[in-house]
Design a protein around this ligand. Structure first.
Ligand SMILES: [Zn+2]
Length: 644
């Protein structure tokens, strides 16, 4: 008979990593002998000995397993479950599943699983948290996390990928799709660090336990480029279905979160609610008062279903607290409990207050301006006013803008077959809405289908359309090198200069040309657009020293453009595109001296007006390098400039 370690009232223990001597297996052997032996007997392989916290899993007042987590701050707080183990004799009790659902319902955090075994995937499937949407392809509601250090390649597919720079090996990647046959998570390399083409999917290596258990080696050898393409097609084809089902799962997870289930009814509070009330010296009458306060707060959306419990705990300690919502709008302070709050949270961590309570009402009348179109030229009025009519003919400007919009729409439709066009391409290029798709349909460049599930159309490119797309060198040069600049200006420059310039040099010459003009005219916006464009099209690898210097340079200049602007209303201190580079601060923190890179970046700024605020900006970027939280960073800068 196993002598289980007992824990009263299901109270489990947890340990931080530094409270534990030696590795995870040593710790288990010393403190939880029976769990250690079971792992060894089963030949289960602990693949992630690292963790920040170790938690016991209890059942029936016994310790029957454990799980380990890391906390990752990556825009949001991610709780990453690295390893978990339940003794075989307790596996039918859904202990781990309840733990996960509990975590999912916790406000302000996102739960992810580190490359789980197939057993875990089976548990998720049998409990409705994952489902098969195509042959051997599983959609999982809880994302699986992995890093570039363990992506899978074999001889047949290695040409689809770059050799990966060692700097990236620790970067995290996440995915919602799982290849059941090969026990691998599938993910999109959105940073394009590993893939040569963005449409190529990536695999994580299977767990070593699964490789052995399911004899995967021969199957893994057979994976080829066709298989990669087949998976991409299957994923694209089933996107809508996956979306629908994930909505259903979401509703299932949160549907149990109501006052009756969590606290009790008007007639009868739950037994454990009454116990808790007693512990806090409160009566059942007090409990009913608390209950109705919670119900009212929920009805008014002052709290959310997943913060009911939190509000209850707060009211146990502060039973007389009353609704204060809306009366106090001091920044950084919760209007209900007056506790201090961090910027990017959705709900108060102390009392459960919903910070987005009035969000809908605020956005309706604020800042949303209708685009005004000039009926004669079909161009946006603001855009029209910026055209120098001594140099450019308005009719030709329209033709150019239309041409690039049509071509980019074709490119998007080619990349996302059978999907709606999600970008308002006309708006991007300042022309009247509704022109482009009609033109592409009339010329048989695309086909359209009504999507059965939604009231919208999906599109597919035709052979003729693809030919047309490839035959347009100016727009293609522009789209792959100069997005964010005016196309009509580039087109004119191209036509004026192509006779005596090599095609390969024309983009570079053009950039040098507009850069010189921007510097001489103190045109901050264009100069910054050039710096951003240089990053996007850089031939340097993203983690290289030169790239990092250019990244910091772009950040300094954007910050200073913001600080110098008189009207900051539509500006961000650092543009949201830069969010893609936040992970590179890991590389800086590990391999470089931020101050050294910063000084080089600062000295490299050619537009003298933007060479200011050296110390302030360094201090700000040092903070950003720690948190990598661009949203919070921008909010803090915006707020401090409001005070001035
Ligand atoms: Zn609060």
């Amino acid at each position: 008979m196993t002598e289980y370690i007992e824990r009263e009232n299901q109270k489990f223990k947890s340990f931080m990593k530094d409270e534990i001597d030696g590795g995870l297996m040593e710790f288990l052997e010393k403190e939880y002998g029976y769990i250690y032996e079971s792992i060894v007997d089963e030949e289960y392989i602990i693949e992630y000995p690292d963790f920040s916290t170790f938690f016991e899993l209890t059942y029936d007042n016994k310790v029957v397993g454990f799980y380990t987590t890391d906390t990752i701050f990556d825009n949001k707080v991610l709780v990453c479950i690295n390893e978990f183990y339940v003794l075989p004799e307790f596996r039918s009790n859904k202990i781990f599943l309840y733990q996960i659902i509990n975590l999912l319902q916790t406000p302000n955090i996102t739960v992810v699983l580190r490359k789980p075994t197939r057993i875990v995937v089976d548990i998720l499937i049998s409990n409705g948290l994952a489902f098969e949407f195509a042959d051997n392809l599983i959609f999982t509601y809880i994302k699986f996390i992995n890093n570039y250090g363990s992506v899978f390649v074999n001889n047949k597919i290695k040409k689809a990928y770059h050799t990966i720079d060692s700097k990236y090996l620790g970067l995290n990647v996440m995915g919602n799709v799982y290849d059941y046959k090969h026990c691998m998570t599938i993910f999109d390399d959105v940073n394009e660090i590993f893939v040569k083409k963005p449409s190529t999917i990536c695999f994580s290596m299977p767990r070593r336990y699964d490789v052995k258990q399911y004899n995967l080696v021969p199957k893994l050898k057979k994976i080829d480029k066709n298989y990669l393409r087949q998976i991409r097609r299957n994923i694209n084809k089933n996107r809508d279905r996956v979306y629908e089902i994930s909505t259903i799962i979401y509703n299932n997870i949160y549907s149990g979160l109501n006052v009756d289930n969590l606290i009790g009814t008007e007639d009868m509070l739950h037994e454990y609610t009454i116990e808790l009330l007693e512990e806090h010296g409160l009566t059942e009458d007090d409990g009913q008062k608390i209950r109705s306060k919670i119900q009212q707060a929920l009805d008014e959306e002052e709290i959310l279903p997943n913060t009911i419990r939190r509000r209850f705990e707060y009211l146990l300690l502060n039973p007389d607290a009353d609704a204060l919502a809306g009366e106090d709008d001091t920044e950084g302070v919760c209007p209900y409990c007056e506790g201090e709050v961090a910027y990017s949270l959705e709900t108060c961590e102390i009392c459960g207050y919903n910070f987005y309570k009035d969000a809908d009402e605020q956005t309706t009348d604020d800042d949303i301006q209708e685009r005004e179109i000039d009926e004669k030229t079909q161009l946006e009025v603001g855009f029209l006013e910026s055209i120098d009519t001594d140099v450019y003919d308005v009719g030709e400007v329209f033709d150019a803008q239309f041409e690039v919009a049509a071509n980019e729409a074709l490119g998007l439709i080619d990349m996302y077959q059978n999907e709606p066009l999600r970008i308002n391409i006309e708006e991007v290029h300042h022309i009247k809405d509704g022109l482009v798709l009609d033109y592409l349909l009339e010329n048989d460049y695309i086909e359209q289908k009504q999507n059965d599930n939604y009231d919208e159309y999906v599109y597919k490119i035709t052979k003729k359309g693809r030919r047309h797309y490839k035959q347009n060198p100016i727009t293609n040069l522009y789209s792959s090198n100069l997005q964010g600049f005016d196309y009509y200006k580039f087109k004119k420059y191209y036509n004026d200069n192509i006779a005596d310039t090599k095609k390969e040099e024309i983009v570079e010459n053009y950039i040098q040309n507009i850069e010189a003009t921007a510097i001489s005219q103190n045109d901050y916006a264009t100069y910054n657009q050039i710096l951003l464009n240089n990053l996007l099209t850089s031939r340097n690898i993203q983690g290289d020293k030169e790239f990092l210097i250019q990244m910091l340079k772009a950040m300094i200049c954007q910050l200073n453009e913001y600080k110098l602007a008189e009207d900051k209303k539509n500006l961000l201190p650092i543009k949201f595109e830069m969010d893609n580079y936040m992970q590179l601060f890991d590389v800086i923190n590990e391999d470089y001296d931020l101050i050294e890179l910063y000084v080089k970046a600062y000295n490299d700024i050619e537009l003298e007006d933007l060479k200011i605020n050296k110390e302030d900006n360094l201090e700000a970027l040092q903070k950003l390098a720690e948190t990598k939280d661009l949203l919070r960073f921008n909010l803090a800068i915006m707020e401090s400039s409001d005070d001035e």
